[in-house]
Design a protein around this ligand. Structure first.
Ligand SMILES: [Fe+2]
Length: 368
């Protein structure tokens, strides 16, 4: 049995956990770059709590609040230049996947100041310390080494390739209470896709499966909330835990086909990441020739049959994305070039199977 486990992030969970553990910021550096999107970190109180903790610990800080959804290499470089001129020596990413992933990429560029957006993508560079405060429940990036950025030259999203686990992750569900229901659902589907793609993965191992099993149980508790679009504090906490366990699992195994295939839908069609994955899920689960492990998922999520799971996925992820035949072929070829994701799939898979998943999930329209 081959198995390994590495997850060095200190995870602090609970209401008001930033305030109660502000002393942990002392070890991170002397001046912080707070990285956020434009609005939500201000509205949900997370930025205020982080700033109060920094003031309490007498740590100086500056803010960069211009991270867009699916952050570009250009934005990451701009934030690095801002942080460098301000003399920061650590980064605090607050928000969904975009600000936290951007914070990781910025942290690499702050450590290696000659890097540009064009030369960032690579392997094995270290970074200045990162602190993560997730305010959505989906990406799990607060406990992974990945940072996904948009490379406009390559016309896709990419992992930067460096190992940047946050030093500390503060998880407080109170920041998620006012998250709109559509974003809650999209991010919850992303969390589910991490758990499932880790489980149905050649690199799945007994330790990653412990996280998957815990995460799917939390996710299964929230199915009625997701279908009904209503969320209690308890369901917010459960989704936050499902997301964290999903992150811990993919930190060990990586993701698989839907993530690789979904990038094309996000880049070319503007479909949010979670929905892009979720749209492909019914066909993805059907593509397994050996359905034994797929069926184990039902028990873990708490559904009675594959039909029930398909119904849930269809209800949560109805998108009606239109594609032409030539787009379908282009996306399929792009996916087939992504050897790392193909290799994670436990069965032999090629152009025909990938094309079938896309074709069965999207609405085919005539080429103009
Ligand atoms: Fe994801």
């Amino acid at each position: 049995m081959k198995s390994s486990f590495y997850m060095p992030t200190k995870v602090i969970i609970g209401e008001n956990c930033i305030e109660a553990n502000s002393h942990l910021l002392q070890g991170m550096g002397t001046k912080a770059l707070i990285v956020t999107g434009r609005r939500s970190a201000k509205l949900n109180g997370s930025e205020r709590d982080v700033e109060a903790a920094l003031r309490k610990e007498q740590i100086d800080y500056v803010r960069f609040d211009q991270i867009e959804e699916n952050p570009s290499l250009e934005t990451v470089e701009k934030a690095r230049d801002f942080g460098k001129s301000a003399g920061v020596d650590f980064v605090i990413g607050i928000g969904g996947g975009s600000p936290i992933d951007a914070a990781k990429a910025i942290a690499v560029m702050l450590k290696h100041t000659k890097l540009t957006g064009d030369t960032l993508i690579g392997k094995s560079l270290d970074a200045v310390p990162v602190v993560a405060v997730p305010t959505t429940a989906g990406t799990g990036t607060e406990v992974t080494q990945y940072a996904i950025v948009t490379d406009h030259k390559a016309q896709t999203k990419k992992n930067i390739g460096h190992t940047v686990f946050p030093h500390i992750a503060f998880l407080d569900a109170k920041y998620m209470m006012d998250m709109p229901s559509d974003i809650t659902i999209q991010t919850a589907v992303d969390a589910l896709s991490h758990l499932v793609e880790s489980y149905l993965n050649v690199r799945s191992n007994p330790m990653s499966e412990v996280f998957v099993e815990k995460g799917l149980a939390y996710w299964g508790e929230c199915v009625d909330n997701l279908l009904g679009g209503f969320f209690t504090y308890q369901s917010r906490k459960d989704l936050m835990m499902a997301s964290m366990y999903g992150g811990m699992a993919i930190a060990q195994t990586g993701t698989s086909l839907p993530h690789g295939m979904g990038y094309a839908l996000t880049y070319h069609k503007g479909v949010p990441h979670g929905l892009a994955n979720g749209t492909l899920y019914v066909e993805y689960l059907r593509c397994f020739k050996d359905q034994a492990k797929v069926q184990k998922l039902h028990k873990l999520i708490g559904v009675k049959s594959h039909e029930e799971l398909e119904k849930i996925l269809t209800a949560l992820c109805f998108t009606n994305i239109q594609v032409t035949e030539s787009e379908l072929k282009q996306y399929t070829e792009e996916m087939c070039a992504n050897k790392a994701k193909l290799q994670n799939h436990p069965e032999v898979i090629g152009f025909e199977e990938v094309y079938k998943i896309y074709a069965g999930s999207l609405l085919l329209v005539k080429d103009i």
